[in-house]
Design a protein around this ligand. Structure first.
Ligand SMILES: [Zn+2]
Ligand SMILES: [Zn+2]
Length: 317
């Protein structure tokens, strides 16, 4: 959907009604002043706040190994979709694949509740273009909380400049995911509840039920996934080692690299963003890259862009 799409719903005169409408349709327009409004848009982000609060329900639903395994599996699968596809594929075009595979991983990425692939890639391309300048959407030079989640919750962060992703706008299925970005997460949440309720009936030895799978598999797993993902904005531009003298403040952190499946090698990444690989040295664990190599071996993706060997050897060890 283009910025000037005539099918885009026009804004309501009541800002809270516009925000409410956006829970279901992200293309509802805003008044021009919103682009510069950096205050938290409380009405729009109520579901995000509710998602955090819902984790408290663990006190009522309890825990089981089944529920913890569901939470960890969904964390891992969605982290891979965010880092391998939302980031390295949609934002950086670091490899190629078919339209069907592109869509499948866009759906998995959308289930992470980090908005649609166009929104994600557009913001991220701006981040690389203007990293740690006044035009960076989430530089920690403006404070930790702004870079961690303030930018994401503000009215200004709601709509990126989609001209940055005109290559992705050619795909109506991606535009649909972006427009109705609540659809996939809502389906996952309902599916987990239904699965848990079914397991309680047919496999009581697993000691789980609908409420427990919903809270662990969706609420806790998603909140954890979100906060770990955005540490790359807030912490990986503040703490860690700088191998390359890039123009920004990006750093390498082995701990963040482990938690984010390779994204913690962020100074490497800012030095050479087009590569499918972010851990440049053999000991720099980059789980996403290993996963992408496996998908390439299976013929699911192809043409992984490497880091030129000369560049990899540059910089401090
Ligand atoms: Zn960065
Ligand atoms: Zn990037």
């Amino acid at each position: 959907m283009s910025v000037n799409d005539p099918t885009r719903p026009s804004p309501s005169r009541t800002p809270w009604l516009t925000a409410l409408h956006r829970w279901f349709d992200t293309t509802v327009d805003d008044e021009p002043a919103a682009a510069a409004d950096e205050r938290v848009d409380w009405m729009r982000v109520l579901p995000f706040a509710a998602l955090h609060l819902s984790c408290i329900a663990v006190l009522w639903v309890g825990v089981s190994w089944t529920a913890v395994c569901a939470a960890l599996t969904l964390y891992a699968v969605r982290m891979f979709a965010i880092t391998g596809f939302y980031h390295r594929y949609f934002a950086h075009r670091a490899f190629r694949t078919s339209r069907a595979i592109q869509f499948i991983f866009a759906v998995v990425g959308a289930s992470a509740v980090q908005r649609g692939p166009l929104w994600w890639a557009a913001h991220h391309r701006h981040h690389h273009k203007h990293a740690d300048t006044g035009r960076d959407p989430h530089s920690p030079r403006r404070g930790f909380w702004w870079s961690h989640m303030g930018w994401f919750l503000s009215r200004s962060g709601f709509r990126p400049d989609l001209r940055a992703v005109s290559d992705l706008q050619r795909y109506p299925e991606l535009c649909w995911l972006d427009r109705y970005d609540v659809a996939v997460p809502a389906t996952l949440a309902m599916g987990l509840y239904a699965l848990g309720a079914w397991l309680a009936r047919v496999a009581p030895q697993l000691h789980t039920d609908g409420g427990q799978l919903l809270v662990w598999g969706f609420c806790i797993s998603t909140v954890l996934l979100f906060h770990v993902t955005v540490t790359i904005n807030s912490i990986a531009h503040r703490f860690g080692r700088r191998r390359y003298d890039t123009r920004d403040d990006s750093r390498n952190s082995w701990l963040l690299a482990l938690l984010t499946f390779g994204e913690g090698w962020h100074n490497n990444h800012h030095f050479f963003p087009g590569s499918a690989r972010q851990g440049f040295r053999w000991w720099e664990i980059d789980v996403t890259y290993y996963g992408l190599r496996a998908l390439a071996l299976l013929g699911i993706i192809r043409d992984l862009r490497p880091v030129p060997a000369g560049l990899r050897r540059m910089g401090r060890s």
